[in-house]
Design a protein around this ligand. Structure first.
Ligand SMILES: [Zn+2]
Length: 325
């Protein structure tokens, strides 16, 4: 979990829970005090105040425990860019999109999603500090070559009918709106659990050809598992869209805050509704084979500032090590 900048309604519930935990600690600290029940002498008030301060520090430390995603400044990766010391969180923009800004070690850091289409070289973040002039911060994107994949699929999936094309256009609009969501959030979970116990069947970034025709690169990872296998939310969030999409089948979008959006596709069943607040590990539905697929699996995409990035960058190294063939 990471501490960040602003508080919104969508984070209100989790903050409220934190506040309740904190209040309980403060109450417990008071009840444990040997001075409880005595008169409010200056010494007693000082001791109680010290207890309260300790409880507050404990609460802050608990909320400050987090792990940033892995820094990998390549197309389809993530750049962790140090923004320096500011009294409050500066707003940062990349390619015209607002990016996640979090605090670590007294420094503000931008967590920037780099699109697969990005060219290697110097890239610029536009920074808007509070009460100061705008400035730029640059970072370098290195080249990365992704593998090719060739698939044979039914011709209708490569050359959809006019009716199907209208449906696909609606699907694209749904996805585009979901991925553009940016809700300022005080707390964002950036260390994920794996949403499905399954076989890692296709990596992120594959350059795909369907019936020898080039298509968009693979914008997520595939986890193959039998139909009906539960899909768990990798972190807390809120459902911002669901639907039955032409290519993606039954689909769920989760918003984790600050432009971090995850998508789950080809589901057999969906167990959540738009607007639901989701806990980490909560069931979203089950693995299936709906949409354009060759077998039951979960397609899982992760997006930062409207750039699809490699989901493995959000997993603990020991989980990634188990996924490698
Ligand atoms: Zn996939």
């Amino acid at each position: 979990m990471i501490c960040a900048i602003e508080t919104t309604h969508r984070e209100y519930d989790s903050l409220l829970r934190s506040t309740v935990v904190g209040a309980n600690r403060i109450r417990d600290a008071f009840h444990r005090s040997p001075l409880r029940g005595r008169r409010n002498t200056p010494l007693a008030l000082f001791a109680a105040g010290t207890r309260l301060l300790q409880a507050c520090i404990l609460l802050l430390c608990a909320n400050a425990a987090f792990a940033l995603p892995q820094h990998a400044a390549v197309p389809g990766g993530i750049a962790i860019v140090t923004l320096g010391e500011h009294n409050s969180a500066p707003q940062a923009y990349y390619l015209g999109k607002r990016v996640m800004v979090v605090q670590e070690g007294g420094q503000w850091q931008a967590v920037v999603g780099i699109p697969l289409s990005a060219k290697p070289g110097r890239h610029t973040l536009r920074l808007q500090p509070h009460g100061a002039r705008d400035r730029s911060v640059t970072f370098t994107v290195s080249a990365k070559r992704y593998e090719e994949q060739h698939l044979q699929v039914p011709p209708r999936m490569v050359n959809p009918s006019p009716e199907d094309q209208r449906r696909i256009a609606r699907d694209l609009k749904l996805g585009a709106e979901a991925y553009r969501t940016f809700l300022p959030a005080a707390v964002v979970a950036t260390r994920f659990i794996l949403p499905v116990e399954g076989r890692y069947s296709s990596p992120f970034g594959l350059r795909r050809f369907f019936n020898k025709e080039p298509r968009n690169p693979h914008s997520g990872i595939d986890l193959a598992a039998p139909t009906g296998t539960p899909i768990r939310a990798p972190a807390a969030g809120r459902v911002i869209a669901t639907g039955d999409l032409y290519y993606n089948g039954n689909t769920v979008f989760l918003d984790h805050g600050q432009g971090l959006i995850t998508m789950y596709c080809h589901m057999d069943s969906i167990a959540v509704q738009t607007g639901d607040a989701i806990e980490a590990g909560q069931s979203l539905g089950t693995v299936g084979a709906t949409g354009r697929v060759t077998g039951p699996h979960l397609h899982w995409s992760v997006s930062l500032n409207d750039a699809r990035v490699d989901p493995l960058l959000f997993l603990a190294p020991e989980i990634v090590a188990q996924l490698q063939p």
